[in-house]
Design a protein around this ligand. Structure first.
Ligand SMILES: [Zn+2]
Ligand SMILES: [Zn+2]
Length: 294
């Protein structure tokens, strides 16, 4: 059984429509795929239809923008939360407002760098996404010929410390772990050491998050080398957390993250689902279901 628990569609910054993504997951030989767009559940229904059509099991999820102590951004994967749970709805709205408010400021800073970029350039590449982000600004820069690809756009202009970087709102990590649990879902810290965060997201930090209800750690991810994977797996084992493996696929938006390039062990996946059932029961919500669950 091949299980990939982290992918993006055009509902955020991937390049495939949600249904296209699920069809591609089936073609890639995946049995289970999770759709985890940034800060939105907008792709879920379309992906669910494609799951029914293809027979792939779909895990409805999202990747939420949070902030750890010290101000570092951390991505938190939330699986099977009730998307109508008011505290979750409220926080996602705040995060999305922050995303929208940031765009004009980034464009102004790029103009200050001498690049003729307008809001219309951004809209053309972003399409109907709910979660506008730096990857869309990067795509607009590529379309204008200002940079070769997204990576160069980030390295030259958009990463923290570069001239067009603008900070935005993100929910405190520990609060969001509790909100996801309240929504009857389970949370997994995405690529925790992918952005040089090994020092801040260490075992004591994970232990604290586990006490708040964290379910797992995304261990196998392209952002982690072999040693980091080994150490993260040991932390997960010590703390009783689930260890997942995923691609972080963005379509053609990110190279080296092909569907199924990392996968989650079926036993770990079964543990994650058991935790989701327990979380839903605790929060008084209906038991979560996969589309085509087996
Ligand atoms: Zn991420
Ligand atoms: Zn992601």
């Amino acid at each position: 059984m091949r299980i990939d628990l982290h992918t993006h569609s055009r509902a955020s910054d991937g390049t495939q429509a949600p249904d296209e993504l699920v069809h591609d997951a089936a073609a890639a030989g995946l049995d289970v795929v999770a759709l985890t767009d940034h800060d939105t559940a907008d792709g879920w229904d379309e992906a669910a239809e494609a799951a029914v059509a293809t027979g792939v099991s779909l895990v409805r999820g999202m990747e939420i923008s949070t902030r750890h102590s010290g101000g570092r951004g951390v991505h938190l994967l939330a699986y099977l939360p009730d998307p109508t749970y008011p505290p979750l709805v409220g926080e996602l709205a705040r995060i999305l407002d922050g995303r929208d408010a940031r765009v004009p400021v980034m464009l102004q800073k790029l103009q200050d760098c001498g690049i003729q970029i307008e809001a219309a350039d951004m809209r053309r590449v972003a399409g109907a996404t709910t979660a506008t982000g730096r990857p869309h600004v990067a795509d607009a820069l590529v379309a204008l010929g200002a940079v070769r690809d997204r990576d160069e756009a980030f390295a030259k202009y958009l990463s923290a410390g570069r001239p067009a970087y603008v900070d935005r709102y993100a929910t405190p990590l520990d609060e969001m772990v509790e909100i996801v649990a309240g929504a009857g879902g389970v949370s997994v810290v995405a690529h925790p050491w992918g952005r040089h965060q090994r020092a801040t997201l260490d075992e004591p930090a994970f232990a604290e998050l586990a006490e708040r209800g964290l379910a797992g750690i995304e261990v196998d991810h392209q952002d982690h080398d072999e040693e980091e994977r080994r150490d993260l797996r040991a932390i997960a084992r010590n703390l009783g957390l689930v260890a997942t493996g995923s691609s972080g696929h963005h379509g053609t938006g990110k190279v080296g993250h092909e569907l199924g390039c990392n996968t989650t062990d079926p036993d770990e996946f079964a543990r994650l689902l058991d935790l989701a059932v327990a979380s839903a029961a605790r929060s008084g919500r209906p038991a979560p279901t996969l589309v085509n669950g087996r």
